[in-house]
Structures are given as structure tokens and as C-alpha cells.
Write a protein that binds this ligand. Sequence first.
Ligand code: FES
Length: 126
Amino acid sequence: MAWNTEPQAIALCNSGDLVNSGLAVPFDVVYCGQTCYAFAIRYADRAYAYLNRCSHVPMEMDYQPNRFFDMTGHWLICATHGAMYSPQTGQCRTGPCRGGLISIALTEFDGVVHWHTGPHLQPVVF
Ligand code: FES
């Protein structure tokens, strides 16, 4: 299959669906040819998105569906071994993580959050 290499902004959810330190909005992407889960969250009034793949072992991180924030609401935590990541950068703060999460560019305008495709990131085609 030939990928569309032109960057695209794909509508993901309404801005109001993402609440500071609240539940994530999940979505699927194709990353380096593999279909992967991803999630978007809001922290300190700004939306961020990452692949749902821990840098320790490539496993999904949510401890309950769409719950990524720890009890403080300031860190993203992996349910498996407790690696903690910055919600703003995806970088590892503590735990067995190696590096950080793979980020996905988002923009927000007219009350809608969009994610952006890139050279290694494509939409899932059904
Ligand atoms: S798989 Fe995430 S901390 Fe080990």
C-alpha cells in the first residue's frame, strides 16, 4: 500500500472531551507500518498525544481504560511496572522506562482537536 506522505490534520475529538488530568481519548494510528493504539490527554490546559506504548516494554499503559494519570494528576503512569512520564513531553521521570513516549503532534482549533500524520505516522485505513 502506498502511504499518503502529505501531512494531514485529522479530527480526533471535541476540545471539551479532554479535561485537565482526566480521561484520555483513544485512537488508532499506523506507526512505522504497524497499527498501534494512541491516546490524547489534556494537561495544564493543553492537549498532548502519544502512542500507548511504554518505553520499558512495548505494552499498553492504561491501568483502566483511558486512565493514564497517576493520583496526583501530574504524571502519566504505566500500569505494568509503574514507569512515570511527563504529560507535557512524554519523557521518563522515574521507573524502568527507557527514554520517553512517542509523541503525536496535535493542534486544536474551532473547538476540535486534530492529530497530525507524519513520515512514520499514518491513519488507519479500514
Ligand atoms: S511495561 Fe511499562 S513500566 Fe514496564
